[in-house]
Write a protein that binds this ligand. Sequence first.
Ligand code: ADP
Ligand code: MG
Length: 246
Amino acid sequence: MSALLQAEGLSKSFGGVEAVRGVSFELDAGRILAMIGPNGAGKSTCFNMLNGQITPDAGRVRLGGIDITGLGPAAVWRLGVGRTFQITATFASMKVRENVQVALLSFRRRAFSFRGFAGAACRGEADRLLALTGLADQADRPCGELAYGDLKRLELAVALANNPRLLLMDEPTAGMAARERAALMRLAAAVAREKNVAVLFTEHDMDVVFEHADAVMVLDRGERIAFGTPQEVRRDPRVRAVYLGE
Ligand code: ADP
Ligand code: MG
């Protein structure tokens, strides 16, 4: 059986800058892949090609064997590619539970032509997602009152409401303290395994990467220079030279 996500020879230039050059990789359901590399290595550009935000100059993206290259972000999202966004996208005055209910409702409307009202309909499921993401005791608070780390959990709960098969998390722990970073990734890893969701994330904290990723891909100046288990990548002389500064 083919992998859930197949990226094949992805390339993208901006003007004269080759941001990504011929990057290929695969990711199976329920697995966690970290994409690492220095600033400007092309990580975000890869994410943007995977979720249809930008169309690659060359290469293909397949999800569950279906070619989704160039479909655009809305269509790719409908096919089950979720992405965590900055929480500014949520509504500060809305309660935590309501935010998840709105996300669930929009998923149901689309997936099942659901016509019901948010109130009771999605409440149970919203509470399950809040329990899963450790936010049960915050359900009735306005989002604007949440601590930063809890907002990140909410971002994850909202992304999961779309029932994704693949979750893209570009620097999900930016701005968090070390302990919170580890906790958020532990949570994402647990959710991936429980719901059989594939997770692709970028992260600067190598302790977090090596602890939570099943596989690590290293980009440098737009090219894939290594791919393997955390142990393999950690030992790779090219990675040590280019990325770890040895
Ligand atoms: P990373 O996420 O690894 O830091 P990016 O994918 O954001 O790297 O950027 C890779 C390269 O592409 C950088 O040189 C960056 O300046 C350039 N780049 C990214 N997006 C754009 C854009 N929209 N327009 C022009 N250059 C871009
Ligand atoms: Mg980036």
